[in-house]
Each structure stands twice: as C-alpha cells, then as structure tokens.
Ligand binder design. Structure first.
Ligand SMILES: C[S@@+](CC[C@H](N)C(=O)[O-])C[C@H]1O[C@@H](n2cnc3c(N)ncnc32)[C@H](O)[C@@H]1O
Length: 186
C-alpha cells in the first residue's frame, strides 16, 4: 500500500481518537518524506564510515537528515540537506561543520576535486533518483567521485554499472530496518 493510501485509511479510521490519527498520519508522512522509518542507527552510521577506504580525500555527505551519519564522519565533511527543518536542526547540532541547504544534484555537478561521497538519499520510492544517478555518472566521468558509499533496505545494487568496482560492503542488522551498505570505487 502507498503512503497516501495508508494516510487515507488512517483519516477514515473508525474507533481511533483524532489525536491518535493525527500522530500516526504525521509519523507516516515523516517516514515518507525521508524515505525511511527512522534515522540510521549508530551501527549503520559507523559501518558507512568504515567502508571509506581512502580517508585522505574530502568527504561530501548527501541527505544528512538529522545527522546520524554526519556525527561519525570527519569534521571537515561537507553535509548537504535540502529539507529546511532538518537543515536547521543540523546547523544547530553541528555549529562548526559546513552544512549546505541545497539539493544534492547541483552539488555533484559542482565538485571540483576528487571526493568521497557518502549518500543516504533513497533509491527506492524516490522519483528523483534517476536524476541523482545521472549526476553521479557525470561526476564520476569527470573524475570527481573517487569513492561512493550508500545504503539500501533491499539487496539491490542502486548504482550498478557506473563505477569499475562495486561491492556490497556489509549488512547491518542493528538498524530499523536492517540495511545493506554499498561501496563503489574507481
Ligand atoms: C533516509 S534520510 C537519511 C537521513 C540520515 N542521513 C540517515 O541516514 O538517517 C534521506 C535524507 O535525504 C534528504 N534528501 C533527499 N533527496 C535529497 C536531495 N536531492 N538533496 C539533498 N537532500 C536530499 C531528505 O530530506 C532526508 O533528510
């Protein structure tokens, strides 16, 4: 069932109080907006960080959310979050970090040095994923993405066929839901 279908069912809910329906609706709408049930666990975040092979390169984080992955990345990381509420929460939580309120696609286009990209942007139920994939292809061809690390909730390779090396770098069970970590390199 789609999120909008679930929302409609909830709104029509019989035997529930208005407050319960509003809370459930808000929970589902929030999950739909980030493409996840909740923020990544500390264990998934660490697994993402540990998948980075070349720690000498600058790191750009896409889809930082409320900062669960940001927290474990180097302090020099540039984190991108386009959602206004999450961007302001990030700025408050990490006042010394570089946090940009931008869409990830133009940021990839503007990369000017070989970079490690750590992405939490969903590949499933994301109508913009094809555009993001296209931007990753172009940045990789321009030599600007040396490594990319991401995760999925399904065992499908979201960026298959772009990088010379691609591997499923691990499965993190201590996350809701369990997540597959993917690593790409040149
Ligand atoms: C699944 S959440 C991940 C949040 C956090 N990094 C984590 O792992 O728990 C995805 C985040 O990516 C952001 N996002 C989605 N598409 C984006 C885009 N094109 N540019 C920037 N941020 C984007 C969403 O607003 C959301 O905060």
């Amino acid at each position: 069932m789609s999120y909008s279908g679930a929302l409609a069912m909830l709104r029509a809910g019989v035997g529930r109080s208005g407050r319960q329906i509003a809370e459930l609706s808000s929970l589902i709408a929030s999950a739909a907006s980030i493409g996840a049930v909740c923020e990544s666990s500390q264990w998934l975040a660490r697994r993402m960080k540990n998948a980075i092979a070349d720690t000498s390169l600058p790191v750009v984080e896409l889809g930082a959310g409320y900062g669960s992955v940001t927290r474990v990345l180097p302090a020099s990381t540039v984190s991108i979050e386009r959602d206004e509420k999450r961007f302001h929460a990030l700025r408050a939580a990490f006042p010394d970090r570089t946090i940009l309120d931008s869409c990830a696609i133009p940021v990839l286009t503007q990369l000017s040095t070989p970079t490690v990209v750590v992405s939490s942007i969903p590949s499933v139920n994301n109508p913009q994923f094809d555009r993001l994939r296209g931007a990753i292809v172009r940045a990789h061809k321009a030599g600007m993405i040396r490594e990319l690390v991401t995760y999925t909730y399904f065992p499908h390779d979201p960026l298959a066929g772009i990088f010379p090396n691609s591997e499923m770098a691990g499965l993190e069970f201590l996350n809701i839901p369990p997540a597959f970590v993917w690593r790409y390199s040149c």
